[in-house]
Design a protein around this ligand. Structure first.
Ligand code: 5GP
Ligand code: MN
Length: 396
């Protein structure tokens, strides 16, 4: 019997000589060979490996020019729209999608909202959130391929659109991206990207203003919720007076700050609070107290894998500790370990997340490891985080 490691080596060497996806699959298997947890992990590796590799858009189009272009687009003859957003959607993803949905519908468009994963429970209060479907390829492939325009919101790579990715790539629709993440990838026809925006919904506010849309309550509530959640309740460094003026417009159009906060943050379960208690008790600090790690395992959650809604916001508790500049919430999921990383200052932890097959923003990013053991992933993270403890010099 050939030792497992050697067999993987052989596959790896062989596949390096072939092209992209196969080599990638083999490298994933090699990387995780010691830790593969059953068929689910293998299947996930395979699904990842058949995805395309994407290059980064070389030159992001000028924002003002793109706003002008998009304002015209949304008023052109395109009739059938598909709107989508990233897997494990959050407030900005859903809020952006619904806000655009309401405005397009009022302009007489046919709009389908098709996502890779369900709407989080605490976003279901938003008007028409129940119209957002989880992709069913046998039902939706034709709709995606037959759309006039596909709008991809709050996503910088089609790899974050499992189940939709191949249909979007192969669709002849006009594909557009509206996003605020760093490093958008090259797969769409047009990009409306502002990496300085605190939320994708802030970009939509600019776009609607450019289109002279008179905001109504449903989209005002959706946009408010999106900006509230993606700005950490209006406190991230990029929050400024101009953003607060936008928020004032949304409140005037009918968004209720009290109602939005109640719906999003004050619907927690006792189980969640107890889980938070256990997670808080286990926080550990490294690198002279600069890096904090919180772990959440199935064992801590009554032997159930905690989903994103259970642990939403936990990571912020790490950064509440004096001296901590990088925090990671590391969660055990079914078949993978998810990392949720935050930093303060010029510490581009999106680069750190990229080492865990992820990405994001300078101060908020995430990634995952297929089939790893949580303690190994945590140790790996701690080691790699050392290079990000010191703040980067401001670019000139
Ligand atoms: P969270 O930690 O809240 O899950 O994600 C924070 C940010 O990190 C998200 O807004 C997204 O930009 C990014 N992110 C999280 N998980 C992933 C991932 O698996 N892949 C990529 N590319 N980005 C991620
Ligand atoms: Mn966002």
């Amino acid at each position: 019997m050939i030792p497992v490691e050697h067999r993987f080596d052989a596959i790896y060497e062989e596949s390096i000589r072939s092209y992209g996806p196969a080599a990638y699959l083999a490298s994933l298997i090699k990387q995780h060979s010691a830790r593969l947890q059953g068929l689910r992990a293998l299947q996930h590796c395979y699904m990842t490996s058949i995805s395309n590799e994407y290059t980064t858009v070389k030159q992001i189009p000028d924002y003002k020019t793109a706003l002008d272009k998009f304002a015209l687009h949304l008023r052109d003859e395109a009739e059938r729209y598909v709107l989508t957003t990233h897997v494990n959607s959050d407030g900005d993803a859903i809020g952006s999608q619904l806000a655009l949905y309401h405005v397009l519908r009022r302009n007489g468009k046919q709009v389908l909202m098709i996502n890779p994963s369900p709407v989080p429970e605490n976003m279901m209060f938003l008007r028409d959130a129940d119209r957002i479907r989880v992709v069913d390829e046998s039902r939706d492939a034709a709709e995606i391929r037959g759309a006039d325009r596909i709008v991809v919101l709050d996503v910088n790579s089609p790899r974050r659109l499992p189940g939709l990715e191949p249909h979007i790539i192969n669709s002849s629709a006009h594909k557009v991206v509206i996003d605020h993440h760093l490093d958008p990838t090259d797969f769409a026809d047009d990009y409306l990207v502002n990496t300085d925006a605190v939320a994708t919904s802030e970009i939509l506010c600019d776009l609607f203003a450019r289109m002279n849309v008179s905001l109504e309550e449903p989209e005002a509530a959706a946009l408010y919720t999106a900006i509230m959640t993606d700005s950490g309740n209006f406190r991230f460094p990029r929050v400024d007076a101009a953003l607060h003026r936008r928020i004032a417009d949304l409140i005037e159009a009918g968004a209720s700050p009290f109602e939005m906060y109640e719906q999003v943050y004050n619907q927690g379960s006792l189980e969640r609070t107890r889980l938070l208690g256990r997670a808080l008790a286990g926080i550990e600090l490294y690198h002279a107290g600069r890096v904090g790690v919180m772990r959440v395992t199935a064992a801590m959650n009554g032997d159930n894998y905690p989903d994103g809604s259970m642990t939403e916001g936990f990571v912020n508790e790490i950064l509440a500790l004096r001296g901590v500049v990088i925090g990671a919430l590391i969660t055990e999921r079914d078949g993978e370990i998810k990392l949720s990383i935050r930093s303060k200052g010029r510490r581009p932890i999106n680069e750190l997340a990229a080492m865990f097959d992820g990405g994001g923003h300078m101060n908020a990013a995430g990634g995952h490891v297929i089939g790893g053991a949580i303690d190994d992933v945590a140790a790996d993270f701690v080691e790699r985080s050392a290079a990000y403890v010191h703040e980067r010099a401001a670019s000139v």
